[in-house]
Design a protein. Structure first.
Length: 250
């Protein structure tokens, strides 16, 4: 009986240790690179990754670059990793949409349908990619002002599409406002004691957030009409929710 108990305890400890080990493996690439900074081609990328949403969520290097994060042997760890200049690399300009899609499906698919991606596939070096706005490793979401500046670099005032930068900035500002409004309303809804009413309103918030997500996809397609239409839909849905929620706080 004691032997059986000891075996079960040992087995549980082994399984827990294995689970903990597995949870730390996604960033083992970074651990090795941090320990060998002198051999890293672009050491600033490590710091950018560490401070990025990817780093904070433990999305390891292998998710974009390939390789084997389960080993510290350099040859094995880098097996299949290719330069970003190689057309077969997951981080080659024309392949970024496919590489980003597993985690950012809606926005990656939207960008893949844009004129920008068509130009990227045609090897137009001026055409923007995912990293043009979001950065190579830092994975930031650009502010409306930063987005306007980025757009204006290719579409200056007076050019054929010179009005796009300011229109995109205005659209993203409206988008951010509706998203913040949805967050505030959800907090208010979650405080409602009546479960049935709370669930109904949370479903309505979900519908509003769906419209907001579709508006975000419109940003990645650079389709101002879709962006505007989906934001108008989100606003109407949030207006109805506001009318239902606000009286409860009086």
């Amino acid at each position: 009986m004691r032997a059986t108990s000891s075996f079960i305890i040992a087995l549980c400890v082994t399984l827990l240790a294995s689970a903990a080990f597995a949870q730390t493996t996604t960033s083992r690439c970074a651990e090795c690179h941090f320990a060998n900074m002198s051999s890293v081609p672009a050491p600033q990328h490590l710091g950018d990754w560490q401070q990025s949403p990817h780093g904070k969520r433990d999305v390891g290097c292998d998710k974009c670059h390939g390789g084997d994060p389960m080993t510290f042997q350099p040859a094995e760890a880098h097996r299949g990793v290719l330069s970003s200049d190689n057309p077969a690399s997951p981080v080659y300009r024309a392949n970024l949409v496919r590489t980003c899609a597993p985690c950012h499906e809606r926005n990656a698919l939207a960008f893949g349908q844009s004129l920008h991606q068509i130009l990227v596939r045609a090897d137009d070096q001026r055409a923007p990619t995912c990293t043009t706005c979001h950065g190579v490793m830092i994975a930031r979401v650009p502010s409306p002002v930063a987005l306007e500046a980025r757009c204006a670099a290719c579409h200056p005032s007076g050019s054929a599409r010179g009005e796009y930068p300011s229109l995109m900035r205005d659209g993203v500002e409206r988008l951010n406002a509706q998203r913040a409004r949805a967050d505030e309303l959800q907090e208010a809804i979650e405080r409602i004691q009546d479960r049935t009413r709370r669930v109904e309103l949370l479903a309505s918030i979900y519908d509003a957030r769906t419209a907001i997500k579709e508006a975000i996809a419109g940003v990645h397609t650079f389709d101002l009409r879709t962006l505007t239409e989906r934001l108008d839909t989100a606003k109407r849905r949030l207006d109805l929710i506001t009318a239902a929620v606000v009286p409860t706080g009086r």
